[in-house]
Ligand binder design. Structure first.
Ligand SMILES: [Zn+2]
Ligand SMILES: [Zn+2]
Length: 55
């Protein structure tokens, strides 16, 4: 089941088939999904809602 897209690479996040991290934007609290690859590589992300950039 696809639960969303990775915010860094845009790849689908498939629940139960891959590791991913789910956290809230430190600025606005919007839910952010990031795949394991991007998490390990520390790829940057940008919140779609408020534009906050980080890891
Ligand atoms: Zn990714
Ligand atoms: Zn945000």
């Amino acid at each position: 089941m696809i639960i969303g897209k990775c915010i860094s690479c845009g790849g689908n996040i498939v629940a139960g088939e891959m590791y991913y991290s789910k956290f809230k934007c430190p600025e606005c609290g919007a839910e952010i999904l990031r795949c394991e690859v991007c998490k390990v590589h520390g790829n940057p992300y940008k919140c779609k809602k408020c534009g906050f950039e980080g890891p």
